[in-house]
Design a binder for this molecule. Structure first.
Ligand SMILES: NC(=O)C1=CN([C@@H]2O[C@H](COP(=O)(O)OP(=O)(O)OC[C@H]3O[C@@H](n4cnc5c(N)ncnc54)[C@H](O)[C@@H]3O)[C@@H](O)[C@H]2O)C=CC1
Length: 485
């Protein structure tokens, strides 16, 4: 039975909680049982305006602080998050249904890593000097201004931190709108940032559905929009941002390939395939849901994956022994089951799972299909659920051609003990984030993001700095100015 985690109010603006109960009700439930965790209100127009006004007003003084000063606040927030990791993880588990075993290590912890990383490099964000004979030029790295972050529901606090940390390090202010399904942890992040010394108005959180996101994107005070969400939403937000010539970062969906060659370390490849499909009950954008296995090892590989997957502990996400939880929502549960049915109808062989779990609630069994062909819906479309598809292949050239035959380009992985092949394959992948002999590791130090329909821009690492700042070029003339007449 989850505790009610009702926040003080729905929104956090200018360093304090703000309510406007004229907004549409927004109820968040524990996915394991359907019990209400908190009841909030979506932002009204006046809340949207209040948040943007606060972010706009805080802009100049925040940008005027030194990088060291800004970085110190971010690093302090990272420390507070780490101290409160358990409390934040429980909140994330209640909001998302992800096992506490996962949220304790992957969610707030990744957020803290991100704040620490950008806190550490904030002092070193500079332009450059360019000598031009006796003249010279220099560049000034400037913040973009008011940024908007819009989050998905699968990694709520991580997404909030992955957007806030680089934005704030560069001297921008931010209005963050979490997914309507997971509104709670971003409010905690706002409290923590205030406690760490962040000036009021620099980081604001407002709740709402797509239309609130849309209102933020359309506002002329906004210089940049960073969205984590689906491809259809990405297309809408990108188009709306283009009207105002705004900067964008788009972290969107995927249908990523994982190639297992017959010389791979099988145990490692089996572990990676499991992580790439069943962690967070498959609700991860970069999942390697198309598992291409070289024909010779397919029976053995399939048998091992099946045997290990049968050991999944499906249960109450708050029980730390549980390592497989429910789907976030009824909609995601229905979508997943409908794709499983399509897989069966289109002729794939169901190897394991395939049903709602007998415990009831929104649990879908970890599901494995073999004999999947490239044209099947389960091989082409993002499911965002625990459905693994096995596709056999013969040659490297064939596997690569099929792996790249998708509109998405978020991630890709390869397992082989042939060093040359590993790098050759990765060079040929049409994907923004690749792994060799592992899968789905996303340390803050490494840029993350997609190509093709999976997105624009990169989050994390130094690469993110380019997406939250711009350069002003200054030419300095040192000699006489000549003119034709
Ligand atoms: N590439 C990445 O880093 C990640 C991508 N995702 C993708 O996110 C999707 C699942 O998340 P969902 O929350 O279902 O995605 P979604 O696209 O439905 O919603 C994402 C966010 O956009 C907002 N939104 C919806 N319509 C909008 C509009 N017209 N204007 C502005 N904002 C709008 C929503 O309220 C929500 O906060 C999957 O496709 C997944 O692949 C999820 C996690 C990470």
């Amino acid at each position: 039975m989850p505790n009610i985690k009702q926040p003080e109010a729905s929104h956090y603006i200018n360093g304090q909680y703000v309510e406007d109960n004229a907004g549409t009700e927004l109820v968040t439930r524990y996915p394991a049982t359907g019990e209400v965790v908190a009841s909030l209100y979506a932002a009204t127009n006046s809340i949207v305006d209040h948040a943007l006004t606060a972010a706009d007003a805080a802009r100049a003084s925040w940008a005027a602080m030194t990088g060291s000063e800004r970085g110190r606040i971010l690093r302090k927030a990272a420390d507070i998050i780490r101290e409160r990791n358990r409390e934040l993880s429980v909140l994330e588990t209640l909001d998302t249904g992800k096992p506490l075993q996962e949220t304790l290590v992957a969610d707030a912890a990744s957020g803290a890593d991100c704040l620490e990383y950008f806190g550490a490099i904030a002092a070193g964000l500079t332009g450059e000097h360019i000598q031009l004979g006796k003249d010279f030029a220099y560049t000034i790295r400037e913040p973009l201004g008011v940024c908007v972050g819009i989050g998905a529901w699968n990694y709520p606090i991580q997404i909030a931190c992955w957007k806030a940390a680089p934005a704030l390090a560069c001297g921008n202010t931010l209005v963050f709108k979490p997914s309507e399904m997971t509104p709670l942890s971003a409010l905690k992040l706002a409290e923590i940032l205030t406690e760490a010394g962040l000036p009021d108005g620099v980081f604001n959180v407002i709740q709402g559905y797509g239309e609130t996101g849309g209102a933020l994107v359309d506002d002329s005070r906004v210089a940049k929009v960073s969205l984590t969400g689906s491809v259809p939403t990405g297309r809408k937000v990108y188009a709306a941002a283009a009207k105002g010539m705004k900067h964008v970062t788009m972290e969107l969906g995927g249908k990523s390939p994982l190639l297992i060659f017959d010389d791979a370390s099988l145990d490692d490849a089996v572990s990676a395939a499991i992580n790439a499909n069943f962690y967070s009950s498959g609700q991860i954008c970069s999942n390697g849901t198309r598992v291409f296995v070289q024909k010779g090892i397919l029976p053995e590989f399939l048998a091992r994956v099946k045997e290990r997957t049968q050991k999944a502990i499906i249960g109450d996400p708050l029980d730390e022994a549980t390592n497989f939880g429910p789907m976030i929502s009824q909609a995601q549960f229905d979508i997943t089951l409908s794709y499983i049915q399509k897989g069966i109808d289109e002729g794939a062989t169901l190897v394991l799972g395939g049903k709602a779990h007998h415990k009831g609630g929104l649990y879908v069994e970890p599901t494995i299909f073999s004999d999947v062909t490239d044209d099947m819906s389960i091989a082409r479309e993002e499911i965002f659920g625990p459905v693994m598809s096995f596709l056999p292949f013969d040659t490297e050239e064939e596997a690569l051609r099929r792996a790249n035959d998708t509109e998405f380009g978020l991630a890709a992985g390869v397992f082989t003990s042939d060093l040359t092949r590993a790098h050759r394959v990765v060079a040929a992948f049409e994907a923004g984030t690749c792994w060799i002999n592992t899968y789905n590791l996303t340390p803050i130090e490494m840029p993350f993001g997609g190509t093709k329909a999976s997105g624009v821009g990169r989050e994390n690492a130094k690469a993110a700095i380019e997406h939250y700042s711009e350069l002003k070029s200054v030419y300095v003339g040192m000699g006489p100015v000549e003119a034709a007449f």
